[in-house]
Design a protein around this ligand. Structure first.
Ligand code: GAP
Length: 488
């Protein structure tokens, strides 16, 4: 399915659309409608449950979105967080230089210097993809949005480009407040902002997006171990290592650490990420992989970096949904150096600066991927066969007809169900049309109130995927729905 088709479906149904549309839209910014908001919130909830559930010493925090310039001076973002760009000297079209090269030469060029890219553009006589005009030399564009805070003595600050920095700034405070134990996990779910040059892939690449990032602080001397290693040591990972990009390998975690010389502490979380996608979200196994970035491609703060990717038709290839980064003590050390505030901990009879493994997810990309992957058609009708836990509505309540006491009974049931479930009430149109409307937005169960309901206090429950219908007693409805949703 094309990107245009999926974007038009998710707009029409009430999931996501361009922000400020009345004024022509603002590229790279999107609004979530009622369905998109419900789905995004559910994704965030299952992410929270799964990843914070991995260790009782993992917690969520909420740092501010605007941070002082010094934070990004220390973190390296001010100096290194740029994208290489080229401009057409004829039509002013601007594009990322590595993406222009990638499209023309069918290779990846991320991480190459601007001089090398300029050279390649000249060597291959690459022209503007819009008008064929000559391209300028490659220059660098700062990706952070600056903000001037205050009325007179303005203070330079930035909208955060990643949620991670908030966890580093709060690490010391939290370590002390949380009984001084390692590993300590600090998660942030919140907005990040980047002035992306060409945000042209719907919510896959935007200028304002939500991240869910977990920073795991640990003792670097224990990087070769993990207390739950035995749980995942035989678990098979799907890997595309930097050394052989043309061949996907499936290796157990034990084999992975040996073959690629990766630390156990890191591989344990790779396994958990893959489990999250396969077991919680039911992703098709053949569409997922871990992609390793080599030294040139990795962000400046990473010692190890594998992205978790999924094949997306609309992107005509694989898309990155999250990254697992070994950031070492890069950030804590940098903040200690600039702020003068010690980041050392005293733990198990020694002093050291903890290392960090970061799990970095983009929520919008994940919502988008779910909408694309689980879209299907049945007898020409579209179905969003979403994993049950991320479907916007758990159930819909539908009175068969709008008369003879059925709406009143249906409303009574609806008011009860909505205390516990996300629930939609619909009494307009034929029952077939109403089932189809719920299938289109992914509602797993439809509950129909008919004339028998008034006689025997039972309702019909219809399953989105099998279309099977069963009679259920009203007083057992909540338990049955709960069981059904939890089985997935
Ligand atoms: N703290 C590390 C970090 O920010 P990243 O790879 O730049 O790493 C993490 O971003 C995740 O955030 C990505 O895997 C992606 O899912 C999401 N992301 C990054 N840039 C994005 C953008 N412009 N639009 C939407 N999501 C984005």
């Amino acid at each position: 399915m094309s990107l245009d088709k999926i974007n038009s479906i998710i707009k029409r149904r009430g999931f996501i659309w361009k922000s400020c549309e009345q004024y022509g839209g603002l590229s790279g910014f999107y609004d979530y409608g009622h369905l998109g908001t419900l789905m995004k919130r559910k994704f965030e909830d299952i992410w929270r449950n799964f990843f914070l559930g991995l260790n009782p010493n993992f917690f969520e925090i909420s740092p501010s979105l605007i941070m002082k310039e010094e934070v990004f001076k220390a973190s390296g973002h001010l100096d290194h967080f740029t994208d290489p760009i080229v401009k057409c000297s004829k039509c002013d079209f601007v594009e990322r230089a590595d993406q222009i090269l990638e499209k023309q030469l069918k290779e990846k060029f991320e991480g190459m210097s601007k001089e090398e890219m300029t050279e390649l553009i000249k060597k291959h006589e690459i022209k503007c993809p819009k008008c064929g005009g000559a391209l300028t030399d490659v220059s660098e564009l700062e990706l952070m949005f600056p903000v001037d805070v205050g009325a007179y003595d303005k203070i330079r600050a930035y909208l955060r480009p990643e949620t991670a920095q908030g966890s580093y700034l709060n690490f010391s405070q939290e370590f002390n407040a949380l009984r001084k134990k390692l590993p300590l996990g600090l998660a942030v779910i919140g907005k990040a902002f980047r002035n992306e040059i060409s945000p042209r892939q719907g919510v896959y690449r935007t200028r304002e997006f939500t991240q869910a990032e977990l920073q795991i602080f640990f003792d670097p001397e224990k990087v070769e171990e993990h207390s739950n290693w035995d749980d995942i040591k035989d678990y098979k990972l799907r890997l595309l290592p930097a050394s052989s990009r043309d061949k996907l390998t499936e290796l157990s975690c034990e084999e992975t650490i040996e073959k690629f010389d990766l630390p156990k502490f890191y591989v344990y979380y790779m396994a958990q990420i893959q489990r999250f996608y396969l077991e919680v979200l039911n992703y098709p196994r053949e569409k997922i992989r871990f992609f390793e970035l080599n030294q040139e491609e990795r962000a400046f703060y990473n010692k190890l970096h594998w992205d978790f990717e999924v094949r997306l038709e609309a992107l005509e290839g694989f898309g990155e949904l999250c990254g697992i980064h070994y950031r070492t003590d890069y950030d804590l050390k940098a903040h200690e150096k600039l702020s003068g505030e010690k980041q050392e901990v005293f733990f198990e009879e020694k002093k050291f600066i903890p290392h960090v493994v970061e799990l970095a997810f983009g929520i919008d990309r994940n919502v988008y991927a779910l909408l694309e992957l689980f879209y299907t058609e049945r007898e020409d009708k579209s179905i969003l066969a979403l994993p049950l836990k991320v479907a916007p509505f758990d159930c819909a309540v539908l009175p068969l007809v709008k008369k003879e006491g059925l709406p009143e009974k249906a409303n009574e049931i609806y008011q009860e169900l909505r205390k516990q479930f996300t629930c939609f009430y619909d009494n307009t149109g034929s029952i077939g049309r109403r089932y189809a409307r719920q299938d289109e937005i992914g509602t797993p169960l439809c509950i129909t109130i008919d004339f028998d309901t008034l006689k025997d206090n039972t309702v019909t429950v219809r399953n989105r995927d099998s279309t099977e219908q069963v009679r259920v007693k009203i007083n057992e409805l909540k338990v049955k729905i709960e069981e059904f949703l939890n089985e997935a």
